[in-house]
Write a protein that binds this ligand. Structure first.
Ligand SMILES: Cc1ncc(COP(=O)(O)O)c(C=O)c1O
Length: 376
């Protein structure tokens, strides 16, 4: 039985009728920009995340970019970010004219730590942007303590982790600002690009984000600063509102599959494979990805083995950002961020979407077990 890495159609069936009806309402009202659905979603997501304000954006990338702009990040500044993440985290920093300063990761969680952040701070550090990779929070209390000590604001990249919890809080309740993505593969996915900038508690900062979202304009045709067109589409807000009440159930479904994998695969020797670990105290990993490490240089062989069996899997991410051609001029060398470089060689993400059946996940487990039983 083939098992795709991700299937969106079964999930979308559950909201199809509601969305079609809502779409008729949007057409009847014909108010497509910053309409009633965007406003309502902003309130619903502020309540869901526990942040004071939520501002609907056109993508996760723009949600992070506007956060940097609202903090006044620009040329001559440095922003500390992980090197092992999706490109957008670094792309937005470079887009402001600031310099990304890449840091290594905790090999257990794939995330940034307070110690790694602290070691990268210089007099030019203007912001710190940890990523909650794969659905698990970075070491936020330690990172926030370092940030407070140096008086530097923090932007959470929660593009993979809206709903992740730990240390008694949720993603969006630690840093001054947070960027979320609703790219279709996220736990809460739109029918196209969409994102949200969360503002923890600063009303003036939230007002600046709102203004930057519409070309720095307030009131109409008066431009205080150069912003962007980063608005969320009314249709995407409709889709996200239909899905939001189901999100907790989908997180739970992913967590159930993950727990099952952890038990089913525990017999594979640790020298050959490492399973993901929930490392956050009182935490909730939302498993946007279930990512294993394949040891002994055999990751690509396992991927080929699974593909031959019709089992979907994917490498997030094969190349660290400090080794990307576009950042060559920053002067990083191979071996400089060794844990991240090792992760890029070893990681493999497995299907973990909530609509997977028990038979499908058993198929994935059998595929892995048949590979490792042939090891050595
Ligand atoms: C860690 C991370 N940051 C930023 C982004 C950018 O989000 P988007 O694709 O919605 O622009 C993504 C998502 O794809 C992501 O995974």
């Amino acid at each position: 039985m083939p098992v795709p890495m991700l299937e969106l159609a079964p999930q979308n069936v559950s909201v199809k009728e509601q969305i079609l009806q809502g779409l008729a309402g949007i057409i009847d009202r014909s108010s497509f920009i910053l309409g009633t659905n965007v406003k309502a979603l902003e309130e619903e997501l502020a309540a869901y995340s526990g942040a004071a304000s939520a501002i609907g954006m056109s993508s996760g990338t723009d949600a992070l970019l506007v956060a940097l702009m609202a903090l006044g990040v620009g040329p001559g500044d440095e922003v500390i970010i992980p090197t092992f993440t999706f490109f957008a985290t670094a792309g937005v920093v470079a887009r402001t004219g600031a310099t990304p300063v890449f840091i290594d990761l905790d090999p257990v969680t794939f995330n940034a730590t307070g110690a790694l952040v602290e070691a990268a701070i210089t007099p030019r550090t203007k912001a710190i942007m940890p990523v909650h990779l794969f659905g698990q929070l970075a070491e936020m209390p330690a990172i926030m303590a370092v940030a407070a000590k140096h008086g530097i604001p923090v932007i959470e990249d929660a593009c993979q982790s809206l709903g992740a919890k730990g240390w008694g809080k949720s993603a969006g309740q630690f840093g001054e600002l947070t960027g979320c993505s609703f790219y279709p593969t996220k736990n809460l996915g739109a029918f196209g690009d969409a994102g949200m900038t969360l503002v923890r508690d600063d009303a003036a900062l939230a007002a600046r984000v709102r203004r930057l979202r519409v070309h720095g304009m307030e009131p109409v045709y008066v431009h205080h600063e150069i912003g962007m067109n980063g608005r969320m589409d009314e249709f995407q807000a409709l889709v996200l509102r239909a899905k939001l009440p189901l999100l907790e159930g989908w997180h739970a479904g992913r967590r159930r599959h993950a727990q099952w994998y952890l038990e089913r695969l525990q017999g594979v020797p640790q020298e050959q494979m490492a399973l993901p670990l929930e490392a956050v105290p009182d935490g909730r990993h939302i498993y946007n990805q279930f990512t294993i490490r394949v040891k002994g240089g055999r990751r690509d062989a396992l991927q080929a083995h699974l593909k031959a069996l019709g089992i979907g899997c994917a490498v997030y991410y094969p190349i660290c950002l400090h080794e990307q051609p576009c950042f060559k001029d920053l002067g990083y060398r191979n071996g400089q961020l060794p844990e991240s470089e090792r992760a890029a060689q070893e990681v493999l993400s497995l299907p973990v979407y909530p609509e997977m059946t028990e038979a499908m996940r058993e198929e994935v487990a059998q595929g892995l077990l048949s590979f490792f039983s042939n090891a050595g």
